[in-house]
Design a protein around this ligand. Structure first.
Ligand code: HEC
Ligand code: HEC
Length: 304
């Protein structure tokens, strides 16, 4: 059999499996939300940095959702949901806190569907708590925004890709945040839960959500995206290689690149990289400290 036929058969069987398996075990757990001003503050930072990447809408100034413009055409149209407290177009009011924690970690919705865009199985329990606490708060960005972000229409091939790009993750609890003064551990954790490695590794389909560093081509870049105008853009090599990676950056330059989209030499970074305005200097420094501990990968990324 030729390679093409094997691939075709594989695709067919994956579609068959997909069509049977749309109902995953739902959240069945007790959950106590612990609220405090400090929790909401941390939750605000994380909601911006993690969820805001896809759910923040610049026009409404709220987390009313946006179109995922960087997905390839064959996927169809995908809109990140409205996660404000709106009871008309929002999704959150349909979720208990337990279900929301379960969705964030496993990728399984309150009605047992799997969505692959936001799985964070290794997020610390306190951070999940803090995000939920912020989403339920009085902050203007999460108060009801009665707006439909758009109707997701995934094409058949997109459904297949969705299923191939990952599977529901286990619901792991008891995960602690790294110690604040451990810069490298904190940076590693941020790369993990913000999901820098989702875009900056070799491929979406070879990501390892439980052990990020085991993802193929971890942080060495090369993955192709689209900018806002539909032009190709390749994710940069963030390994510390001096020629092809971030080895020549200083802390200040790295912070400028990540939060203001200005790369070394003044190159303007394009969407999808424009989403981390809320990263603090310390968070950026920690990420940078961690990246410098990675093996330098000499990997020229297209478009540089
Ligand atoms: C990479 C983009 C991305 C990130 C990051 C992300 N989401 Fe989502 N989210 C989506 C998309 C896309 C959908 C809609 C999926 C669909 O319609 O099939 C969605 C749907 C949802 C839903 C509705 C689920 C349902 O029942 O239909 C909730 C709630 C949600 N996200 C919460 C969050 C929270 C909380 C975070 C941060 C911890 C987060 N998301 C991070 C892209 C993202
Ligand atoms: C949704 C995908 C995506 C995510 C998530 C993402 N990046 Fe990027 N990043 C890109 C793309 C694409 C580029 C290339 C942009 C360009 O060349 O215009 C890029 C470029 C960069 C650059 C520029 C380096 C250079 O000199 O070329 C840095 C630094 C960077 N990203 C850091 C990060 C960090 C840190 C995170 C996590 C906090 C992150 N990125 C998350 C897609 C992403």
């Amino acid at each position: 059999m030729t390679k093409k036929i094997v691939l075709y058969l594989l695709a067919l069987s994956a579609i068959a499996i997909y069509s049977c398996k749309t109902n995953y075990p739902k959240a069945d757990l007790r959950y106590t939300l612990i609220e405090s001003p400090a929790a909401r503050e941390r939750g605000e930072n994380l909601t911006w940095n993690v969820c805001g990447q896809c759910h923040y809408n610049r026009e409404t100034g709220k987390f009313t959702g946006t179109q995922m413009k960087d997905l390839p055409k064959f996927m169809g149209k995908v809109y990140a949901a409205n996660i404000t407290q709106s009871t008309t177009y929002g999704e959150l009011h349909q979720y208990t806190n337990a279900e929301l924690a379960y969705l964030i970690k496993t990728g399984i919705t309150h009605d047992g569907k799997y969505i692959p865009y936001m799985i964070r199985p290794t997020m610390a329990d306190d951070d999940v708590n803090d995000i939920i606490s912020y989403l339920r708060s009085e902050a203007p960005e999460v108060k009801p925004g009665d707006i439909n972000p758009g109707n997701t229409k995934i094409k058949a091939f997109g459904k297949l890709a969705t299923q191939l790009s990952g599977k529901p993750q286990p619901y792991l609890t008891g995960i602690k945040r790294p110690a604040k003064d451990d810069a490298v551990a904190s940076g590693r954790y941020l790369v993990d839960i913000i999901g820098c490695f989702h875009c900056h590794s070799k491929s979406i389909i070879s990501l390892n959500y439980l052990h990020a560093e085991e993802s193929k081509g971890y942080m060495a870049g090369g993955l192709k995206f689209k900018d806002e105008n539909g032009r190709k853009v390749w994710a940069s090599n963030l390994s510390p290689d001096k020629e092809t990676g971030i080895g020549m950056y200083t802390n200040a330059e790295f912070f400028m690149a990540v939060t203001h989209g200005k790369a070394l030499g003044g190159r303007e970074l394009r969407y999808p990289m424009k989403r981390f305005k809320h990263l603090t200097q310390k968070q950026s420094d920690d990420i940078f400290a961690y990246l410098k501990t990675l093996p330098a990968a000499h990997h020229v990324v297209k478009g540089r």
